[in-house]
Design a protein around this ligand. Structure first.
Ligand code: GDP
Length: 197
């Protein structure tokens, strides 16, 4: 079975709240190997390249707001001036570009088996108020979509974690130079996954 890579970013709210160590520890404890790690100021272009620039992604993000507003009977046009999911997604992306530059971010690349599944599970639902207890977003935030939208900002959900195998590879390559990535074996790896005889 092939290992997968994922990118983790402790976003500015996580950094400013002093939660870097607390959050990172959860990914180490589950057995993933940290293969890259740095503290940096994100520039607008990197954030722009990081989040997809296509209608599928814009639509997915916008739909999250539409679904939430429909559930609560709120008028989406009051905040966004439109009920078009793609247009809403584009607005959120612009908010993300500003938000990522609020303070330094901690960027880590991790590797292991089923890494994407694991990093998403530990991170929790995108909307903190819906994220399960025990997840990073569920334990350290209870931000809501309507409040975030009203304040013209992205959900402050502490962490980015790659969401698909191809994204993990692409995102690690976007944020790290090859010489910033390391290959080594954790001391407990053979205990977690005994080598075949
Ligand atoms: P993720 O992979 O769980 O981070 O979710 P996405 O890739 O769909 O969205 C990227 C980021 O945009 C999220 O982590 C949130 O910070 C923010 N975001 C997503 N959807 C919304 C939304 O409907 N409203 C607001 N204000 N922010 C959102």
């Amino acid at each position: 079975m092939k290992k997968q890579k994922a990118l983790l970013i402790i976003k500015p709210d996580g950094v400013q709240r002093g939660l870097c160590g607390t959050i990172l520890k959860r990914f180490e404890k589950v057995g993933l190997t940290i293969i890259g790690f740095k503290f940096m100021k994100a520039d607008a272009q990197t954030v722009k390249n990081h989040y997809p620039e296509n209608d599928v992604w814009f639509g997915k993000v916008g739909q999250r707001t539409l679904t939430n507003y429909a559930k609560k009977g709120l008028d989406v046009k009051k905040v966004f001036g439109t009920d078009d999911a793609v247009a809403i997604g584009k607005t959120v992306k612009n908010w993300l570009i500003t938000y990522f530059q609020e303070s330094p971010v901690l960027v880590a690349a991790v590797e292991g088996y089923e890494t994407i599944e694991i990093v998403r599970k530990i991170s929790g639902n995108t909307i903190p108020v819906l994220a399960a207890p025990g997840s990073v977003r569920g334990d350290f935030s209870h931000d809501t979509i309507d409040l975030a939208n009203e304040q013209n900002r992205p959900l402050r959900n502490l962490i980015h974690a790659s969401d698909a195998v191809e994204d993990g590879e692409k995102e690690v390559a976007l944020w790290f130079k090859p010489e910033e990535l390391f290959s080594y074996k954790r001391a407990d790896e053979d205990l977690m996954f005994p080598p075949s005889k």
